[in-house]
Design a protein around this ligand. Structure first.
Ligand SMILES: Nc1ncnc2c1ncn2[C@@H]1O[C@H](COP(=O)(O)OP(=O)(O)OP(=O)(O)O)[C@@H](O)[C@H]1O
Ligand SMILES: [Mg+2]
Length: 217
């Protein structure tokens, strides 16, 4: 369903060059659960952003059902980013002037829809009492769980999760991993960046990045 072909990305700042991805090729099948590991700065977040249609590579292609994500017309590209992909950003990217429940509903076409599912997920993530708070009033782990619910509420095909348990205590981390596992069992495709060995144990494949290169597959 997803094919990355020879992806290269170099960030530049003035004359400085920061290579982030170096000729990355990867095929992802529907229902795959892929863990992406590697040292800090190895290109993991860049890879996820590139797959998510948020970061155009300098070279190479990202194909979703054989169509180049970066050559889609803007309407289709927006649909891909909004419907096909759910993203948990490493820095959460919650909207500061919206409450927890409003932030989650941003992912829905109809704000009033799926309220039962939202309540269920808030409950599971121990967030029910916090749904009227603003991001600045939340702990880091609470922001992370809000970002996670927002990413899966619209039932995307692909979940791109950048260290989604990085700030969670063991109990919340376990709950969130079991929700990701449920998502995957329902044919959802998962690309998960993680430093924690326990979370990679759910994956059917682990790929390791090193200086922007995939060193195993
Ligand atoms: N916007 C940017 N401008 C310039 N360089 C960048 C930018 N974003 C990332 N980089 C550089 O690209 C490389 C890969 O960064 P990336 O964020 O993908 O790494 P990462 O593997 O996610 O690291 P971490 O584990 O710390 O989150 C790093 O050298 C980083 O400094
Ligand atoms: Mg990162």
């Amino acid at each position: 369903m997803l094919e990355l072909k020879n992806i290269t990305k170099v960030y530049t700042k003035g004359d400085d060059r920061f290579p982030a991805l170096d000729n990355v090729t990867l095929t992802v099948e529907r229902g795959d659960f892929i863990a992406v590991v590697g040292p800090s700065g190895s290109g993991k977040s860049t890879l996820l952003h590139t797959v998510g249609g948020l970061n155009q590579p300098d070279n190479g292609q990202v194909l979703y059902d054989s169509e180049d994500v970066y050559k889609m017309h803007s309407r289709k590209a927006n649909l891909y980013r909004r419907k096909s992909v759910g993203f948990v950003f490493q820095q959460f990217h919650l909207i500061p002037y919206l409450t927890v429940s409003e932030n989650i509903k941003v992912a829905l076409d109809e704000p009033g829809s799926r309220s039962q599912k939202i309540n269920e997920l808030l409950e599971k993530c121990a967030m029910s009492q916090l749904q009227n708070k603003y991001p600045s009033e939340l702990s880091v782990g609470e922001k992370q769980r809000t970002a996670f619910i927002r990413a899966i509420i619209s039932e995307p095909d692909i979940l791109l999760a950048d260290e989604p348990t990085g700030n969670l205590d063991p109990e919340n981390s376990r709950v969130l991993m079991s929700l990701i596992n449920d998502f995957n069992k329902n044919r959802g495709t998962v690309l998960l960046v993680s430093h924690e060995v326990e979370t990679t144990s759910f994956a059917n494949r682990v790929i390791t990045l090193h200086s922007g290169k995939v060193i195993n597959k």
